[in-house]
Write a protein that binds this ligand. Sequence first.
Ligand SMILES: O=C(O)c1ccc(O)c(O)c1
Ligand SMILES: [Mg+2]
Length: 627
Amino acid sequence: MLDSIATVSLSGTLREKLEAIADAGFTAAEIFENDFVASDLSAVDLRLLMMDLGLRNVVYQPFRDFEGLSGDARIRAFDRAERKFDLMQAMGTDLLLVCSSTLEAASGDHARIVADFHELGERAATRGLRIAYEALAWGRYVNDHRVVAQIVQQVGLPSVGMVLDSFHSLSRKIPVSSLENIDPQSIFLVQMADAPIMDMDLLQWSRHFRCMPLQGGLPVTEWVAALMQIGYQGPLSLEIFNDRFRAGLSKTIAVDGRRSLIALRDDASRLLGKGGTLPARSPAELTFVEFSAAQDAEGVIAGMLQAIGLRKVGRHRHRAVDLWQGGANTHVVVNRESHSLAGSFGLMHGQGICAIGVRVPNRVDAARRAQALGMSIIEDPADNLSQHAIPAARAVGGSLVYFLDDEALDGLWQREFEMAHPDGVAKGDLHFDHLAAIVRYDEFLSWVLYWSSLFDLHACQEVDLIDPGGVVQSQALENKDGFLRLTLNGALGARTLASRFERHFLGSGYQHLALRTDDIFACAIRMKRAGLPILAIARNYYDDLQARFDLDGAFVARLAASNILYDRDAGGGEFFQIFSRAIDRAFFFEIVQRKNSYNQYGAANTQVRLTAQRRAGQASNIDWCPV
Ligand SMILES: O=C(O)c1ccc(O)c(O)c1
Ligand SMILES: [Mg+2]
């Protein structure tokens, strides 16, 4: 299957779009008519440009409102088609996409539609051209690929086939099994698009919310598997109408497109039991986070870690790097070296998380998958803490994800650090719960794709968070054991806490780290004693909480006394959260406790938390000297 993408999916001029498409490794493209009409490239220029870029022009599209007309209108439709045939021959494509008519004035009579395509197919064939008929989900009479398949069969010409577009079929919930009955020779083109599950007008949904496979909720993997099963071997072409993609960087979107197709084909092949073409997605566990702290002369990060209850357990043998532990598998590296990746990261962004370490079954396979998906890999970063080569991939905001397997982890800390405890295991009840990243709004889907193509993560339902300065889109990605949980947050407005973070941090990055305890009340007392600056929560919240969940007054008073936020799910799962104040108005900690399998993130509390952070930010920066 050729990897292709429609020019309508990207921003830029036609030339910019095609250059980005070729750079990302596509071997084919669809030329969307509006892009050509607005371009100063002639059809012949376009042909030469695509030849130079090594791109096959798989289709010129769309040709609208063709079928079911009569009289003059029918004659004009054929004349119009002949003009497009001239153009196609000059630009070097043999395929015209005809999408189903939306005209009320046209007829839906199948015999007439068959006759129209028969005549169009014969005219195209005299020039060596072909016609592919596509059912728009909102087509006036024809809006189902099963009907298109029948019409194409009745036309019975080798020059007339069909376009299958995953969005049009899956948005209408047409069963994937309907592909089983289609002759693969009659499928001239397959267009791929996913979309978030929404209950809205089909045309609006399609024109604004289509997204790439792995970014939405339609069964696109099953769809591609079914096509593989019937032996379809033609182009797989992304056709994504999306407002954010049109505003995004064409280079990024094109790279994402390739990533999405590569992962999709691999997933589909696995679904068929044929094994993958890449190493499988790794189950992943967060094993360490690394702070860039070269600018942290006062030791605020260390002070906060200490107050939360982590212990400094090691000092690097040769570098200004400390190892902290909150529990057996909760390692935090505080890197104070200025001549290091962490140091450069800190110069650019200020203090914050510059790398994370993820435990995978095989670090080489994990890096090979990342590389095959077009991610930037550093084989052995200079800051590497180990004697073994530990590969890392470039991630959010230029931070790194280290891939560690048991071989790389074996004795890692003891070897590199002078440990306070020779066995290296500190007592403690703090575990990594989740990492929250702020990402630019127009890169939000890009990061969803990054994580979900790399690791075995499940994307939860997206939620809108209300910040006093605007709405923040938030998506959690997690694996089933909860060993790696990430939330991605993208703000549309410029006055949210998330956008303030972007300004202070200079771009996307991790905004907070949530640590999990088994006893939030004890932890709260410990943190208070240690003087950790805690985010103050308004009294109204606790009154509402009591009424909402019918809670015991004494219990609510305990929550209020420690500024603990509370949530409960339908199954009786409970969630507790405390937030620290922010360092440099950017990074902060969250301490959580989960009871009875609560597996969300307290979205119901977010407006209260964000408003409290807004108040805190207006009052002052934290004025706190670590103990
Ligand atoms: O939205 C449209 O009009 C449109 C046009 C051409 C296509 O292939 C398509 O899927 C949608
Ligand atoms: Mg289409």
